[in-house]
Design a protein around this ligand. Sequence first.
Ligand code: TXA
Ligand code: MG
Length: 328
Amino acid sequence: MTTIKTATPDSIEEAAAIVRKGGLVAFPTETVYGLGANALDGRAVAGIFAAKNRPAINPVIIHVAHRADAEKFVVVDARAKGLMQAFWPGPLTLILPKREEGGVSDLVSAGLPTVAIRTPNHPVALSLIEKAGVPIAAPSANASGEPSATTPRHVQDSLGDRVPFILAGGACSVGLESTVLDLSGAEPVIVRPGAVTAEDLEPYLGDVLMDLGSHDRPTSPGQLLKHYAPSIPVRLKALDVAEGEALLAFGSTKFMGIKTGGFANQLPDAKFRNLSENGDLHEAAANLFSMLRDLDNPENKGIAVMNIPDQGLGIAINDRLRRAAQGR
Ligand code: TXA
Ligand code: MG
């Protein structure tokens, strides 16, 4: 049984007590829902991996309420400090050298000498971390391999009884996981694109590389794994809709035809979602995972996705869509 409670000071305190006792709670952030546990408690963190069926090689992000807290757990150089001042709280995760004396569980970092850390920009998340009094390790609150959950219902649909407590705080405003920036080497490298783009970072860092890795040469363990994949095939840059397919549209569908005849606007609700009728990338990002889940229905033969421009936030959206299309 899962307890789902609207986030209030009382329910946040209840969730914080669960975290302090070594339990798991799902909570909202501005990016996606997180499945949180005390980052200093190895047994609690092991619970996250079990609930998600997450491979132990994949490290998780820790969340702190205040910039100053980061220095207890990781080595913060001048570069990192500048970025924290500019972008925290917000959807930017920094990979930094781990401080052994900080006590972060080795499971969090999957044995790596680095830890990924961020301060989320969501009042419920911040209050939960503050009340728990410990850093909270939290991957996205979905079963490993599935699209991330951006609503309390999707957390419950994906994790079922494996999530004992959900703090409900509505839909996530960003909708895509944070940008992950590796600052542990000489050159800053984006290993997962997100709402904070390379252009946003360049005034602080100069040139920023993007390395989304490959199977033989991952730069971050998460890149190795199946990700964001619905249970039916996903087809990208679709110019029309095949028989039995659902359409995930972006912008106007005036010229989208159905191969067997007719037009996209005649598709039934179960086979049609539009990420953003006006072609707005922020709206599209916020809708992406929940619309993929809506269309992920065995009655649909697959999901045809219209082209999305590979600029700004579109780079992060296309990264998730490519991984969804690679499937298993
Ligand atoms: O927006 C987000 O980042 C959400 C919310 C809950 O904060 N969290 C999230 O966590 O997306 P997760 O675990 O689903 O994704 C973390 C990514 C993974 O791809 C992982 O491989 C990478 O960050 N990562 C974590 N620690 C790392 C490290 N020390 N070195 C390299 N990559 C790391
Ligand atoms: Mg995830």
